[in-house]
Design a protein around this ligand. Sequence first.
Ligand code: NAP
Length: 292
Amino acid sequence: MTTKGKITVIGLGAMGVTLAKLLLQAGYTVTVWNRSADKAKELVEAGVVLAESAAAAIAASPVTVICVYDYKATVAILHTPEVEAVLEGRTLLQLTTISPAEARSSLEWATVNGAGYVNGAIQAAPSQMGRPDTPILVSGNKQVLQSVYSLLEVFGGGISNLGENIAAAPTVDLATLSYIYGSSIGFFHGARVMEAEGLPVNEFGDIVAGITPTFGEFLKYEGNKIHTNDYTIGESPLRISVEATARIEQAAIEAGINTEFPALAASLLRRADAAGYGSEEIAAVMKVLRAS
Ligand code: NAP
């Protein structure tokens, strides 16, 4: 196998192991370090080098990928005199899920220590990594980003470069996770609705997957409405959703099932209606969110 270059991966949880494997398969010389060394066993058998310390791992390659549990773990591993002593001239690609403020602090710390730093946010599960469409958000300095781009492509072809603002990737990550958790909880409520009516829930996922592309189009439209702050009705009047969410809440009460999710949705839409936005596009609910 041809060698493409040296890369270090710090963190061998479910995601870090996957990243290291993908890099090895792509022909990189991979060095790893993990707090619990036993997690490297399988990788070492496959040809990866296990470094004795985080500092030694970083010193082994021009670029280090970090993928640990959270920012606290990142700081525990990296903010040590030993690591700071080897950072000059190296590049760090942060793939741990961190907050926008933590990304800004990380960039500041890396810059003080002479290292390039870019922030990514993985939008897929380990088994979905390395595909042509695996979504990865990334932001940071243009030149630094350019230097890690081919490496990112090993992790997934669906790269969204969000520009030079280091906090952009973690911010969009928060936004996409808000969407995912909101829709997941809606999905679970929907499953409960079906279950309560004695309908088979195993078909529900297929039905939702089928409507998702159409729904994605709808959300793109609503996003543009918010961006332009123009809530003239184009697709879906807010009032329809006031009634729909009230109906879902009422049906949950009648079925004797949990009402928390429809109560939240119905309450937001009722407030938008009361504020006079009923005859506007549904995206006008944004005006209620902005006011609180
Ligand atoms: P994981 O399996 O829970 O692994 C956590 C990793 O962090 C392990 O390497 C662990 O080391 C290390 N760690 C935790 N606390 C530490 C500390 N105080 N000091 C040093 N090391 C510490 O997590 P994962 O699934 O690989 O996820 C890693 C990152 O990827 C997370 O930020 C996650 O949000 C992000 N991500 C994951 C997924 C996913 O589906 N898994 C998807 C998208 C993004 P030990 O082995 O020693 O415990």
